[in-house]
Write a protein that binds this ligand. Structure first.
Ligand SMILES: [Zn+2]
Ligand SMILES: [Zn+2]
Length: 142
């Protein structure tokens, strides 16, 4: 056997750190941790090398980006949040629903393309990063 020990080892490295007084909470988080750990093992069996920490980071970023709630009051969001935020590769190259949209309120954004400092009025609606026409395609192709 030894599989269970290995799993407990993997899980104890990066347990969910949210605490709650509910009696079932540790069981609930353990189940999620176990599911993530299993997914990570399957992912590696598909031939990709990735540490559990990287896997968990990608997973969180994927969900956060995919289900993010648009800020209600744009004025209160720090300006850097839009330009500094980098999408993880799983979303960047998924080829799904990356559309060019005008930057809200007719503003300009710095283009997120490498070595491109231009400021334009277009952005990717999914990545939430500003792009000029040239860089939009480059950014989304591997
Ligand atoms: Zn995009
Ligand atoms: Zn550009």
């Amino acid at each position: 056997m030894g599989g269970t020990d290995q799993m407990d080892n993997n899980i104890s490295c990066y347990r969910i750190g949210i605490r709650s007084k509910k009696w079932y909470w540790p069981i609930f988080t353990y189940l999620i941790d176990a599911a993530i750990q299993n997914a990570w093992i399957l992912y590696r069996k598909s031939g990709r090398k990735i540490t559990q920490l990287e896997f968990r980071r990608n997973l969180s970023q994927t969900y956060l980006t995919r289900y993010q709630v648009p800020a209600r009051a744009p004025g209160r969001v720090p300006k850097a949040a839009g330009s500094n935020f980098r999408v993880c590769n799983d979303i960047r190259y998924d080829g799904l629903h990356h559309y060019v949209i005008p930057v809200p309120e007719g503003k300009r954004r710095r283009c997120g393309g490498d070595n491109c400092g231009s400021r334009g009025r277009t952005m990717c609606c999914k990545c939430n990063i500003g792009f000029c026409v040239d860089c939009f395609r480059n950014f989304h192709t591997q």
